[in-house]
Design a protein around this ligand. Structure first.
Ligand SMILES: NC(=O)c1ccc[n+]([C@@H]2O[C@H](COP(=O)([O-])OP(=O)(O)OC[C@H]3O[C@@H](n4cnc5c(N)ncnc54)[C@H](O)[C@@H]3O)[C@@H](O)[C@H]2O)c1
Length: 263
């Protein structure tokens, strides 16, 4: 195999980017989808919710994406992911070259109250869901000799969480980071790269309600840079990682936490 060139990496923008979690109106997946749409990249959006998906697709087309396929799936269910990825692969104008795995759930249950079913559900969506998606898109990426896989971890994977989410969530996200590292090594040299992003305090609705009033002030006060992060800031990092200049980083976790945890 010869040395890879920058032109090889530039092809990534022509391939379809599969983004999960884009149904959430103010969520990270939506922000990522719209950021990539503005670059004119073809998209495939996958989520549980049909309404949010249709709205996301409409916005992505308006923002400049030439083609937006959508599919409903529960990412914890292997068969559901398999059917959805096959459907968007058929509908998309170009093969899938990028996966941005943003779908996920929080779990604030205290340790002694956790049931194994509750623990398993968190792992099944956050960790196994990422595995299902990556396993489905990887063969195509290997065939193309090019691919980017980016998954959302959380600062909780490193510091144990505690604000919105506790041990089950922290374990599920630590699993995502391990998966991203292991996969990076297995596919090194094939043109496929991976990355995890560990955010904290991004201003979304993950806990089912917007952060407002005193609660919001507490979060801001706890964040060293003095404000919450935005989905646009996170989407910008994703755009770099899944763009033509993102090919020389693989297996790394990128912290985006306003200084909450440094190092
Ligand atoms: N917002 C933050 O500050 C923050 C911090 C750390 C990590 N994260 C991570 O970033 C990701 C996105 O978070 P967000 O704030 O945008 O959350 P969000 O709740 O706004 O969006 C999550 C999306 O995931 C989808 N989803 C949930 N379970 C699913 C399933 N089983 N199958 C398919 N789709 C499913 C939901 O429908 C929703 O559209 C999550 O993985 C989250 O853990 C967020």
């Amino acid at each position: 195999m010869g040395e890879r060139s920058a032109a090889d990496e530039a092809r990534i923008c022509e391939l379809t980017a599969l983004v999960t979690g884009a149904a959430s109106e103010r969520g990270i997946g939506r922000g990522v989808a719209l950021r990539l749409a503005r670059e004119g990249r073809p998209l495939a959006l996958l989520d549980l919710g049909a309404d949010g998906l249709a709205e996301a697709a409409e916005q992505a087309r308006a923002a400049g994406s030439p083609s937006v396929a959508t599919a409903q799936a529960d990412i914890s269910d292997e068969a559901s992911v398999g059917a959805a990825v096959a459907a968007v692969d058929d509908a998309a104008v170009a093969p899938i070259g990028t996966l941005v795995s943003c779908a996920g759930i929080a779990n604030p249950t205290p340790f002694l109250e956790l049931t194994s079913a509750d623990f398993l559900r968190t792992l099944s969506i956050n960790t196994l869901g990422t595995f299902h998606l990556a396993q489905r898109v990887l063969p195509r990426m290997l065939q193309q000799g090019l691919g980017r896989i980016v998954a959302m971890s959380s600062t909780a994977a490193q510091d144990g969480g505690g604000n919105f989410s506790t041990s089950a969530y922290a374990a599920s996200k630590a699993g995502v980071e391990g998966l991203i590292r292991g996969l990076a090594k297995e596919v090194a040299g094939t043109g496929v790269t991976t990355a995890a992003i560990a955010p904290a305090n991004i201003d979304t609705d993950i806990m089912g309600g917007r952060l407002e009033g005193e609660r919001r002030e507490q979060f801001v006060a706890r964040t060293p840079v003095g404000r919450l992060g935005t989905v646009e800031e996170l989407a910008e990092l994703v755009a770099f990682l899944v763009g033509p200049h993102g090919g020389f980083t693989t297996g790394a976790t990128y912290n985006l936490n306003g200084g909450l945890r440094v190092g």
